[in-house]
Design a protein around this ligand. Structure first.
Ligand SMILES: CC(=O)[C@@H](O)[C@H](O)COP(=O)(O)O
Length: 258
């Protein structure tokens, strides 16, 4: 169970809604993933343009929690404005704060993110900030009262997977709110590793939307996230330097030769 503020989800996989070749393919991929949370860029979706094509028209929106994100914002002020717009349209009181600080790497701006989170919390939003894998920032945001933290595995759309598992492990270790690994996931292995590290969820987009077969990849990601979660809950064995036999020979009778 993934619990964020007063929301509860059976699936630990969150999907982005950008970059799909067409809406029909996207619908099938979303269904195969069995996700319950879809995030979308308020500025990129035509939610306020009834005449424009909109993916949300294709799906049964009641089956999903729609998580607006502030992609496109470069300042706290812009992010707050976008979040308020989304809330006013009656979509969701939860918001993924995404404020990009560098256009080449698409890495988030920690200062503007902190500022926006403070303002949005004061406005009563459920706040999920997208951040770099920065342990101290994750702590500061937690202290501020955010409802989840979303550290990146690697730059958005890079598919490089988890570049610094140690930082993610540190964030998870000291977390008092859910940690959702967001961005840079390239393969099911990456998603499994994030969950095995103890993440509460994984958010991804490109790995599915740009896969050769997005529907099959969506299914693979669902299974990968589930496998990682089970592995985490089961508790992996510690790594040892030396071998220890899987079939101990102690007490075994020896078979004489000849
Ligand atoms: C859709 C969304 O919110 C993205 O900003 C997110 O970070 C996904 O990143 P990937 O495309 O690398 O999975």
């Amino acid at each position: 169970m993934l619990k964020i503020a007063n929301y509860e989800f059976s699936s630990h996989l969150l999907l982005g809604t950008g970059k799909y070749a067409d809406f029909h393919l996207q619908k099938s991929a979303v269904e195969a993933s069995e996700t319950e949370i879809l995030t979308f860029a308020v500025r990129r979706m035509n939610i306020f343009e009834a005449s424009q094509p909109n993916f949300l028209d294709m799906i049964d929106v009641d089956k999903y929690t729609l998580l607006p994100n502030t992609a496109g914002a470069k300042t706290a002020e812009e992010a707050v404005r976008i979040a308020k717009l989304a809330k006013a349209s009656g979509l969701c009181d939860m918001v993924k704060v995404e404020i990009i600080g560098d256009q080449k790497t698409l890495l988030p701006d920690p200062f503007e993110t902190l500022k926006a989170c403070e303002a949005l919390l004061n406005e009563g939003f459920i706040v999920l900030p997208y951040i770099s894998d920065d342990v101290v920032l994750a702590k500061r945001l937690q202290e501020l009262g955010v409802h989840a933290v979303m550290p990146g595995a690697s730059p958005i759309g890079s598919g490089q997977g988890i570049l610094n598992p140690m930082n993610l492990a540190f964030i998870i270790e000291q977390a008092t709110v859910p940690v959702v690994v967001d961005a840079g996931i390239g393969s099911p292995t990456d998603a499994t590793l994030a969950m095995e590290l103890g993440a509460s969820g994984v958010l991804l987009n490109t790995a599915v939307s740009d896969a050769k077969d997005p529907v099959k990849m969506a299914l693979a990601m669902k299974l990968a996230v589930e496998a990682g979660r089970h592995g985490f809950e089961a508790g992996r064995i510690p790594k040892k330097t030396y071998a220890s036999a899987s079939s101990p020979t102690e007490g075994m009778s020896t078979v004489e030769q000849g």
